[in-house]
Write a protein that binds this ligand. Structure first.
Ligand SMILES: Nc1ncnc2c1ncn2[C@@H]1O[C@H](COP(=O)(O)OP(=O)(O)O)[C@@H](O)[C@H]1O
Ligand SMILES: [Mg+2]
Length: 340
């Protein structure tokens, strides 16, 4: 277990000193559900002072993640973020509570895309889905533009396969999952890809929107200033497909999506990658357009999705979530299905 240095010895300010100020009001936004949960609190002071987000870890590991996020926010600023500058929280300070680090960053505007996603029949409406995907890709392209570093060999599939072996050694689905990654590796071999900053958990709950624009991208704890941009592209597509059946009874048909039932490990993702309806078309275009922006062949869209699923299986904090993705990967087609 990590022993945190005594906060007083580190000269750190205490969280209590910030939150106990008489002018300090705020709302607790979320308490994440994963095993290394954090509490996120947004201040709403009425003195005109800047609103800040305060991220409070509940375990030592969550503390390490919060500390990593603070460093990432500082490193990102150094890149000069151009047009997306206002969407990335600024590091404000580090505090301490119970010996753990607490991150204070500037609050960005907007509402998480997940709020609209789960409302009404949002994901049953092609125009709304395409608009979400366009917003996400538009923001990613800006990030890629401001942070690109030059090309490197595209070893993402191989690297992810190593991560999968390390985590799921002996699991009955591992072999089938690895054989899919091997096929991908063959199709990606010899290619090079621009290196860019990577968010690392680019799912729609971490993207804040307002009036049809992206106003914030939060939660940079898994980020890196240099990495493979396909990671964020894949993560968005997979997470956006994963929850399509969230509001449907087990076994029942999902409204707005012909052929999709709430059944199996991750039916929304299988439907997105192997189906031939409008939703699959939208996800395929999203991935292919991202590949074009990175000057890679559009035909790799399916491979990018497979490695994205593998990456969740290899890196998810929650074992059950990771295993679900491993099983999903082991059941997906080896190559993209022919469309009718
Ligand atoms: N800098 C910020 N500005 C505005 N809202 C934020 C900020 N950081 C976090 N939030 C809100 O809190 C939620 C949880 O924060 P996040 O960093 O994603 O924590 P977790 O690691 O627990 O997922 C976000 O979905 C967003 O609604
Ligand atoms: Mg989050």
């Amino acid at each position: 277990m990590t022993a945190w240095p005594d906060p007083a010895a580190r000269g750190g300010r205490r969280l209590e000193d910030l939150l106990a100020r008489p002018d300090m009001c705020g709302v607790l936004m979320t308490a994440s559900k994963d095993p290394d949960a954090k509490l996120t609190y947004i201040t709403t002071t009425n003195t005109g002072a800047e609103r800040v987000a305060v991220k409070i870890p509940t375990t030592s590991r969550a503390g390490l993640a919060v500390e990593r996020e603070g460093r990432m926010l500082v490193d990102l600023r150094r890149l000069g973020l151009g047009r997306i500058s206002s969407t990335v929280p600024r590091y404000v300070s580090s505090l301490h509570v119970q010996g753990r680090p607490v991150l204070v960053s500037s609050a960005v505007a907007g509402t998480p895309m997940s709020v609209a996603y789960h409302r009404g029949l949002h994901t049953a409406r092609p125009g709304l889905v395409r608009a979400d995907l366009d917003l996400a890709l538009g923001w990613l392209r800006e990030l890629w533009d401001v942070s690109q570093r030059g090309d490197a060999a595209l070893t993402w599939a191989r690297d992810t396969a190593a991560g999968l072996c390390g985590r799921w050694d002996g699991h009955p689905s591992l072999e089938a999952a690895l054989s899919r990654l091997e096929m991908v590796e063959g199709r990606m071999s010899g290619l090079h890809c621009t290196q860019t900053a990577v968010h690392g958990d680019f799912w729609f709950g971490n993207v804040l929107v307002d009036h049809g624009t992206v106003t914030g991208v939060v939660d940079w704890e898994a980020g890196s200033t240099v990495g493979c941009p396909l990671r964020d592209l894949a993560r968005f597509a997979i997470s956006y497909s994963l929850y399509l059946d969230r509001h449907t009874r087990p076994g029942a048909r999902v409204l707005g999506h012909r052929g999709l039932r709430r059944d199996g490990a991750a039916p929304g993702v299988t439907y997105a990658l192997e189906g031939d309806g409008w939703f699959s078309g939208a996800v395929r275009s999203f991935l292919a357009d991202g590949l074009t922006a990175l000057r890679l062949p559009r035909s790799l869209w399916y491979d990018v999705a497979l490695v994205g699923v593998a990456e969740v299986a290899a890196s998810a904090n929650d074992d059950g979530f990771g295993e679900r993705h491993l099983e999903l990967l082991s059941g997906l087609a080896l190559r993209p299905r022919r469309r009718r």
